[in-house]
Write a protein that binds this ligand. Structure first.
Ligand code: ATP
Length: 232
């Protein structure tokens, strides 16, 4: 089954209520292990597309297959399960839980997914610490601090460790670099792409900042694949 794409989209149509068509995508594939940069200006529909891929949103028509499973045929609860079990998601604002410690934040996906918990091994906290250490966060004092006390760059690394725990084969990241200066941003993307390569995960990274494209295997402009915007 591993030759099925990480993401396969066919004849996708999506519009927000009382709004004109936003996405009309005839075909789009992300290969297993591929690292793709999807760019487009603000408001072009990148986050909406990620929401569809993550199964948080449903298209009006068309199919979205993720890691060989047809999301569009699934009930909401099954889409939630697929996302929890098989996707690592990094949000624009990281969505770290302020009242949990750094290590607890990283372990969080394993609370929602038995599959991720099993894949992460018996010593969950140890695995969280191992991932954090690989991302340069190993200082015990720092790990004990509330996650809100960390710098933006450190919070990003926590968000990456959380996305990676349990080895999901699809990582999706929604412009997680907008708060960083150019050097920190480049370091962050290098870290993310290295970690994706290390675990063999496919990576879909969206941003309006085209200068990031060189870090990825392939770069696609949303306007190239989206007929709704092309004719708007
Ligand atoms: N929950 C929502 N309800 C209605 N319309 C929405 C909703 N979320 C987004 N939209 C609209 O859909 C369009 C695309 O928004 P989206 O956030 O997907 O774009 P984006 O390319 O990710 O933008 P940005 O780079 O600013 O994050 C915008 O016109 C936006 O107003």
């Amino acid at each position: 089954m591993t030759d099925t794409p990480a993401i396969k989209i066919r004849d996708l149509d999506f519009a927000w209520p009382q709004s004109p068509p936003l996405l009309d995508i005839a075909g789009f594939d992300l290969a297993r292990g591929e690292k793709l940069f999807l760019r487009g200006p603000s408001g072009s529909g990148k986050s909406t597309l990620l929401g569809l891929v993550a199964g948080v949103l449903e298209p009006q028509s068309g199919t979205i297959e993720v890691l060989g499973e047809n999301m569009t045929g699934l009930a909401g609860s099954k889409r939630d399960r697929l996302r929890a079990d098989r996707m690592g998601v990094i949000f624009q604002m990281f969505n770290l839980v302020p009242y949990l410690s750094v290590v607890q934040n990283v372990m969080l996906p394993c609370r929602f997914s038995a599959a991720r918990r099993k894949a992460a091994g018996d010593d969950l906290a140890g695995e969280a610490r191992r991932l954090l250490a690989r991302l340069g966060l190993s200082d015990e004092k720092l790990l004990a601090r509330p996650v809100t006390d960390l710098s933006v760059g450190q919070q990003q690394r926590v968000a990456v460790a959380r996305a990676l725990i349990g080895g999901p084969q699809l990582l999706i990241a929604d412009e997680p670099t907008s708060a960083l200066d150019a050097d920190a941003r480049d370091r962050f993307i290098e870290l993310l792409t290295e970690e994706a390569s290390g675990s063999g995960a496919a990576l879909l990274f969206v941003s309006h900042d085209g200068s990031l494209a060189s870090h990825f295997d392939r770069s696609v402009d949303l306007a190239e694949i989206n007929r709704a915007r092309a004719t708007a």
